[in-house]
Ligand binder design. Sequence first.
Ligand code: IPM
Ligand code: MN
Length: 347
Amino acid sequence: MSEKIAVIPGDGIGPEVVAQTRLVLDHVHPGLEYETFDLGADHWQATGEVLNDDTLSRLAQADAILLGAVGAAPGSTTIPSGLLERGLLLKLRFAFDHAVNLRPSTLYPGVPTPLSDAVVSGKTVDFVVVREGTEGLYCGNGGVVRPGTDAEIATEVSVNTAYGVERVVRYAFSLAATRRRRLTLVHKHNVLVNAGGLWRRIVAAVGEEFPDVTSDYLHVDAATIALVTNPDRFDVIVTDNLFGDILTDEAAAITGGIGLAASANLNVSGTYPSMFEPVHGSAPDIAGKGLADPRAAILSGAMMLDHLGHREDAARVRHAVEVDIAANPGGSRSTDQIGRAVVAAIS
Ligand code: IPM
Ligand code: MN
């Protein structure tokens, strides 16, 4: 039986990069069944709805979700900031319990990086950020009192449950055990003593079960330095939702840019579909111009194939992207030129 993939092309460059991803997937693994869901800015403008319960339950029936990007231009006067992010993207991550937000970063040979030669030459920059996906400052625990007055109070409270932290930490240790066996917890436990204490204790406890994996710790500010001075020290980074959001943009920037950064939002219990999306946003400034690099979305498609158990086909996609990168370091090709080149590189 073929798997059902729900596709949410979304806003801005989302539909452009998803179209190229579909070409690659159709070539490498024909037979997946796709259903497109037109959600995002245009849908909201046309209907006043972001994501209704009926659509949510149809999405829940899929075996996986492929998402392009959602979000309006930062300066939009018609779409309130956060409406699509909270009402669509984060709603899906929370409703489908995407505990693990997996974001690999590899610096491929020949790819331009802002890092100096001294930092990268002869080194392996290849690490994965395991970002917690359902808690922290993202979960909407807050509010506003006396809005618009001089006495306004605005809160967002970071939520960290032992259950939520343990499952993402366990995933990160298991992943590290299959890689270079080094896990780094990134937090800020010298200031966020409550949440930081919980994360530290859980890393120590779960670490006992993985004697072959060494673990260390960095405060998040120090981690931003280490990423640019010493990135080869990292194998698996485990961190909370907001730190992970910030670090993965930096991680993308040092490994060839946001145009190559893929991600998976994993439901680790298999109760709901996992979701695969490029780390980048909808980039309205370049939308419709054929300027978007579809390889982050294509690599996210490879993560989806992996998740569905089609490991060889996933590896073929990754290999094709690597071949394409090697043949075209930098360059200024259009979105569909890149997509076609990746298809042509599939063996
Ligand atoms: C990401 C994005 C989202 C996030 C936004 C669009 C809500 O920046 O996937 O990294 O903050 O998680
Ligand atoms: Mn982000």
